[in-house]
Design a protein around this ligand. Structure first.
Ligand code: HSE
Length: 436
């Protein structure tokens, strides 16, 4: 049993690093009272030691060289907050080899190299806390790993990228174009200078990979997650969606059935009555079905200095409790296990309903050509809207289908696109109903 305080070293003094340091310093007394021992912020490493982060540190705490923290024998927990793969991975692996526990917010690293990192942690008997890697302040890792441990987890639907949700919300509220809203989001600092991971669904796919591994006991399978972004969405689609009673959201979806689980991230039409349709702006929410607990919707701030810092600190304290109690594998026993035997379903076999929008000439026989192609592939039309009448000119035609197989839909769309009466590429969106 360790009686002295717990020493923490943070690598990366950006937004989340600053939030974490602020909480640790501001709440030092309360933490000590609740934990029964002190948590000391021994050092912070960042190449930039000059920028004012609005926090007063003791002299010598902020240093440039991360290796000094990794090699400091007094430090118990290394907090990695630089993000990205390299050098974050090297720092984490070295810290693990030196017997230090890890806290990280790095979803890309865990989703892409988690198997290796968790393997190393297991070998060296250290913990990895990663609450901050998914949905910022929402304690969804603890929910899935601990609170719902007695449940068979069913479907998961997540809005787990605040940037994409902010953009879609603004487009919906103001009828604005995607590129204009993205530019504004960048100016306001909501979107990164390089927003690729957010708008192309990659960030959501990283987070879904981590959640799914915990929820279903499957290996960390980022490469198997189907990923599609929101760049193709237009105000016209949002308007049509509304006419059908839907909102468009970037959803991270996990659906187990039989021996397989669907893992997909794509813009999705969700029924307006579904609670997740009401999650707007930069907020995140995750809907989780538990066979014992029932349906749950976990909602909150998914990003930002203090919300993400709050999640990082929760892991630091969790690990500090373990160190105090002299146990080293309490969290590890809940970690990524990968042994349930479920495999990830191929996207081409997934079945959903679809929204299709195409630009078609308004003349006799066009609709029968389109419905013929769909019918041939066993795709049944549920409803259809065509706006205006512009003879010999292209008009927007929208079709909602019943459930169809992805493979059949992709083939049908290829054929429809090749029709002379269709101009441009038909747009498709997948549709979700249910209770989420
Ligand atoms: N870039 C993420 C988002 C925040 O926009 O939600 C960090 O996970």
């Amino acid at each position: 049993m360790k009686n002295s305080g717990i020493a923490v070293g943070i690598i990366g003094f950006g937004t989340v690093g600053a939030g974490t340091a602020k909480i640790l310093l501001k709440r030092q007394k309360e933490i000590q009272n609740k934990l029964g021992s002190s948590v000391e912020l021994k050092g912070i490493a960042d190449l930039d030691t000059r920028t004012d982060r609005g926090i007063k540190l003791r002299k010598g705490v902020l240093i440039k060289d991360a290796k000094k923290l990794l090699r400091d024998p007094d430090i118990d927990i290394i907090v990695e907050l630089i993000g990205g793969i390299r050098p974050a991975k090297d720092f984490i692996l070295e810290a693990i080899q030196r017997g230090k526990h890890i806290v990280t917010a790095n979803k890309a690293l865990l989703a892409e190299h988690g198997q290796e990192i968790f393997g190393a942690a297991q070998k060296h008997g250290v913990e990895i806390g990663f609450e901050a890697s998914v949905a910022g302040s929402i304690p969804i890792i603890k929910v899935v790993r601990e609170s719902l441990i007695g449940n068979r987890i069913g479907n998961i639907y997540g809005i787990i990228n605040g940037t994409a949700n902010y953009i879609l919300t603004k487009m919906t509220d103001e009828g604005a174009e995607f590129t204009a809203v993205l530019k504004e989001a960048q100016e306001l600092g909501y979107a990164e200078a390089d927003p690729t991971f957010d708008i192309e669904g990659i960030d959501s796919a990283h987070k879904l990979t981590i959640l799914a591994s915990l929820a279903y006991g499957i290996p960390i399978s980022f490469r198997k997650v189907y990923t599609e972004g929101i760049t193709k969405i237009t105000p016209l689609d949002i308007e049509f969606a509304s006419e059908f009673g839907f909102k468009i959201k970037l959803l991270a979806i996990a659906k187990p059935s039989g021996k397989e689980v669907e893992l997909r991230v794509h813009p999705t039409m969700v029924q307006e009555r579904m609670p997740i349709a009401g999650v707007n702006g930069v907020f995140n929410a995750i809907f989780v079905e538990g066979d014992a607990a029932g349906d749950g919707l976990y909602y909150g701030k998914g990003a930002g200095e203090m919300p993400t810092g709050s999640a990082v600190v929760s892991d630091i304290i969790d690990i500090a409790r373990n160190i105090k109690a002299g146990v080293s594998d309490r969290m590890r026993s809940f970690n990524i296990s990968g042994n349930s035997g479920l495999t990830v379903k191929k996207m081409e076999d997934v079945k959903t309903c679809y929204y299709l929008r195409m630009s078609a000439l308004d003349k006799p026989g066009v609709l029968s050509k389109i419905s013929g192609i769909l019918g041939k592939r066993n795709i049944s039309i549920e409803s259809m809207i065509q706006k205006g009448r512009k003879k010999e000119k292209a008009v927007s035609m929208v079709i909602m289908t019943h459930e169809a197989r992805e493979k059949d839909m992709m083939k049908a769309l290829k054929e429809i696109r090749a029709l002379k009466v269709i101009s441009g590429k038909p747009l498709y969106l997948r549709v979700e109903g249910g209770n989420a």
